[in-house]
Write a protein that binds this ligand. Structure first.
Ligand code: 0X9
Ligand code: ZN
Length: 337
């Protein structure tokens, strides 16, 4: 090999050249910080500018930027249907944004394998709804159970449960009116919280334009795919379609090496909770709306809000198989199911 070739080979193999040439890589070896998530999104926008668009949809209480990534196949056809997903509403559910990043990675970096999902649909993903709560939950071990956002209320207690802050049966069921409640404080009023407003904004745009067909909000950890309603003990009008689609996702995941346990039912069968985002989306006219609760435990019965790092890969890969199957059945069969 000539010296020139050696130099080029070493250069291309170096840590600077590879990311610059191939774009950013998503690693499953750790939980990304809010900043690392933003860097990853920026890198995708730089490398795949024709298929990726970033949009600021709000600011968190502590002024962190909330951004969506819109993924298309770059053909420029306007008015396509949209699948909208978010993750990280609850601070301690670390696996959820990791899962969202893997979904983004599949659609953008692994585009060639997944482009059928982008033919007639765009995907909009808000990977981290609650960066303040998440950052707080990372900052010390005893803060790891934090669930709410970080905005103080008038009596000095901190945080609202963002998944009780939406205008859909606000305040009913498992929702607290006590600002000091550690888990389920509903907030001062529906949409009192900037992070819930950010999701609302996206949902409103997509329902007004009638482009929004499927909303999936990713939570953990229960191993359930929940459909409307959550705030009343009733089924949504098209619950059969919801159930069929969820079952297809679960069936697809059963084919993985070590399948997690999953069931599907209306949210209110788990427990009645008012003010949740998936009910709000359904109310607005999203025909399909799910709360996807990632698996609860693995075979060692480990608690899975923040599974051990070595399990991240197989968990996010399993979920992608389910998400793919869900999207496929929506794209192929909805609304003729
Ligand atoms: O309680 C919630 O907000 C969600 N579960 S979590 O453990 N991630 O907090 C579930 C919301 C869906 N609706 C109902 N279960 N009613
Ligand atoms: Zn949750």
């Amino acid at each position: 090999m000539s010296l020139l070739l050696v130099v080029i080979t070493v250069f291309l193999g170096g840590s600077f050249a590879i990311p610059a040439l191939l774009g950013p890589t998503y690693h499953t070896n750790d939980y990304y910080t809010h900043e690392e998530i933003q860097d990853y999104l920026d890198g995708l926008a730089r490398s795949y500018g024709n298929r990726v668009e970033l949009k600021e949809v709000g600011k968190s209480y502590e002024n962190r930027t909330l951004r969506t990534i819109t993924i298309s196949n770059g053909d420029g056809r306007p008015g396509k249907n949209v699948i909208f997903m978010d993750a990280g509403i609850h601070a301690r559910e670390w696996l959820t944004h990791t899962t969202a990043l893997n979904i983004i990675n599949e659609l953008v970096v692994n585009y060639e394998h997944n482009k059928d999902l982008l033919e007639d649909y765009e995907w909009i993903i808000l990977p981290l709804v609650n960066p303040d709560g998440y950052t707080y939950s990372r900052s010390a071990n005893w803060r790891k159970k934090w669930r709410k956002n970080r905005k103080p209320s008038t009596n000095g207690c901190i945080g609202t449960d963002l998944n009780r802050n939406f205008e859909a049966g606000w305040g009913t069921g498992d929702a607290s009116d006590d600002p000091c409640n550690f888990y389920t404080y509903r907030g001062e009023a529906p949409f009192s919280e900037p992070e819930a407003q950010a999701i609302q904004k996206v949902l409103l745009e997509l329902s007004t334009s009638k482009r929004g067909k499927l909303y999936v909000t990713i939570h953990s950890a229960a191993g359930e795919i929940l459909y409307p309603w959550s705030n009343v003990k009733e089924n949504g009008h098209n619950y059969r379609e919801h159930l069929k689609i969820a079952k297809r996702a679960i069936q697809a995941m059963r084919k993985t090496k070590r399948p997690s346990k999953y069931i599907s039912r209306p949210g209110s069968d788990m427990y009645v909770a008012g003010g949740v985002s998936s009910d709000y989306a359904y109310n607005l006219g999203f025909p399909l709306s799910f709360t996807w609760e990632l698996p609860k435990e693995n075979e060692n019965y480990e608690f899975l809000f923040y599974p051990p790092k070595h399990l991240i890969r197989e968990l996010v890969e399993e979920t992608w198989i389910g998400v793919r199957a869900m999207a496929e059945s929506v794209i192929k069969y909805y609304p003729t199911l």
